[in-house]
Structure formats: C-alpha cells, structure tokens
Design a protein around this ligand. Structure first.
Ligand SMILES: C[S@@+](CC[C@H](N)C(=O)[O-])C[C@H]1O[C@@H](n2cnc3c(N)ncnc32)[C@H](O)[C@@H]1O
Length: 270
C-alpha cells in the first residue's frame, strides 16, 4: 500500500507538476506540454500569476541575502526548493560566505535529478527527495546530518510550498514540528498563496487540485498564515505581500491585484 509520505521516483510528464509549472512561469526550460497547458489555463483565472511567480523568486533571493548578510545565517534548509534556476539559495548564500551550507528538499523527482546535476561539485550543498510533511525523514537523512549543525541557528525556508500540503497533512503542525528541532534564534521564512476573495480562493484551489491530481492544499486567508508564526519574533517589516519585503530595484512592479497574492515574512524562534 502506498503511504501518505511515499515518494515516487518516476517523472510523469503527461500530468502537470507544481515544480514544472513554476519553472514555466519563471521562463525556464524544464517543463512540458502538460505544464504549459495548465499554466495558460491558470492565467485565465489569475492573470497576475506570472508576475507573482517572479516576485516570489526575487523574495526568496532577497530573504537569503538579508539573513546571510545582516543576521549571519550560514545554514539553510530549503523546503520545497523547486527546480534549479538562476541564483539558487546556495549561490546567494555562498556569495556572502563561501562556506554556507544548504540542503534542498523537494518531493518531485525532476527536482532531485536536476538538482543533483547542478550541485555535483559543491561540497557544502545537497538535494534530497523527501516529503516536507515527514520531518523525521528530513532530519534523519544522512546529508542533512552531515551538513547541518543543529546546535547553531538555521534558516528553514518554506517559500511558496505550504499551500501544496493538503489540510490532512497539517501544514501548521509541520512548521511547528520543524521549528521545535531548531536551535533558538533560528529563522523561519514562510510565504504562501492567499486571497481576500472567497471566490478566487475556491477557484484557484479547485484548479490546482484537479491539475495536480490532488497533490495540493489550499489558498489561505492571511490570518491563517499569521498563525504559522505564533510564538516567534517577526522581523521587520512584518508579514506583508512579499514584494514589499525589503524591496530593491529588482522587484517587478508591486502587485496590485484582487486575485491571489504571496503573503508572509520571517520569524525568529525564541
Ligand atoms: C512553487 S514551487 C516553489 C519553489 C521555491 N521554494 C521558490 O519559491 O522559488 C513549490 C515546490 O514545492 C514542492 N513541493 C510541493 N509539495 C511538497 C511536499 N509535500 N514536500 C516537498 N516538496 C513539495 C514542489 O515540487 C515545488 O518544487
């Protein structure tokens, strides 16, 4: 019987995958006809999704740079890392300090395959195939144990991934269980798709569930994301639409939309 956390190693290009759709929206080459078709249909429901994906990636890069430069973070666990693209987490972090360590975690076999090819010559990084809803598999993985010193602060990244977890996987509980294993003074970076509009929440959630054959969770309301940060100190500028988080000249025009937005920020554990 296939368990909830069973990982498939087969790449099925006849159905869209979240990782390949995201790659398509970012203008990458690691996507297939099924992904491109799904992206075109999604743009009809939520036309700002391409800009949203780009803003999300730029947020990830800014957040890693700020954590490395201003907060001295040298260890990163990137949950739901996505396909390698330009300026991946280890490249941003290692520009600040060459010895920075990064473990990429994703359940999509294509991410694992492409990630390993990219990281082949980098001793400070690894990519593992695991379900983030199964923290034991992550924390027990030999590459995680080899690279990450859990007596020191870590940045645990959950950038645009928690909405992929069905409610039954208890995304908030996953965040709590992972945070509990990190040294005090660690950082949690969380952003996810939200909308104030109930119809948009319902339509986009239904579309993604159908197109990923149920491998998806839900578009949340902002207060539900706020709850992920309970018990943590929130870094300035707080929980925001992410293009407003330490914006710099790379940021595409602020998202002015009534569709879905990426909302979140950074919390520090006590
Ligand atoms: C929208 S992409 C975000 C990629 C990257 N974090 C970023 O923001 O640029 C979401 C990624 O999460 C991965 N993912 C979805 N559910 C997951 C799960 N349960 N465990 C691990 N990875 C998951 C997908 O395969 C995909 O690569």
């Amino acid at each position: 019987m296939r368990g909830r956390n069973t990982i498939s190693h087969a790449i099925d290009v006849s159905r869209p995958s979240v990782a390949r759709m995201y790659d398509c929206f970012l203008g990458g080459n690691d996507n297939y006809a099924s992904d491109r078709r799904a992206c075109a249909e999604l743009l009809r429901i939520a036309p700002s999704t391409r800009a949203l994906a780009r803003n999300n990636r730029l947020f990830l890069q800014r957040v890693v740079r700020v954590l490395a430069e201003k907060h001295g973070v040298r260890q990163f666990l990137d949950h739901g890392s996505g396909l390698p693209t330009q300026d991946n987490v280890h490249q941003v972090a290692q520009r600040v300090d060459r010895s920075s360590r990064v473990v990429y975690i994703d359940n999509d076999p294509i991410v694992f395959a492409h990630g390993r090819a990219l990281l082949d010559e980098n001793d400070e990084t690894a990519v593992i195939q695991a379900d983030i809803a199964n923290p034991d598999a992550i924390f027990g993985h030999e590459d995680v144990r080899r690279l990450i010193d859990f007596s020191r602060p870590v940045a645990a990244l959950f950038v645009s991934v928690l909405h992929c977890l069905p409610d039954g996987s208890d995304p908030a509980g996953v965040v709590r269980r992972i945070a509990a294993r990190l040294a005090p003074g660690s950082f949690l970076v969380i952003c996810q798709l939200t909308s104030d509009n109930a119809q948009i929440r319902a339509e986009t959630t239904e579309f993604m569930r159908q197109n990923t054959h149920g491998k998806w969770g839900r578009v949340l309301e902002r207060h539900e994301v706020d709850a992920y940060f309970t018990g943590m100190d929130i870094l300035s500028p707080g929980l925001v639409e992410i293009s407003a988080w330490h914006p710099n000249s790379d940021v595409t025009p602020r998202q002015q939309t009534h569709e879905w937005i990426e909302y979140g920020g950074v919390g520090r554990t006590r």
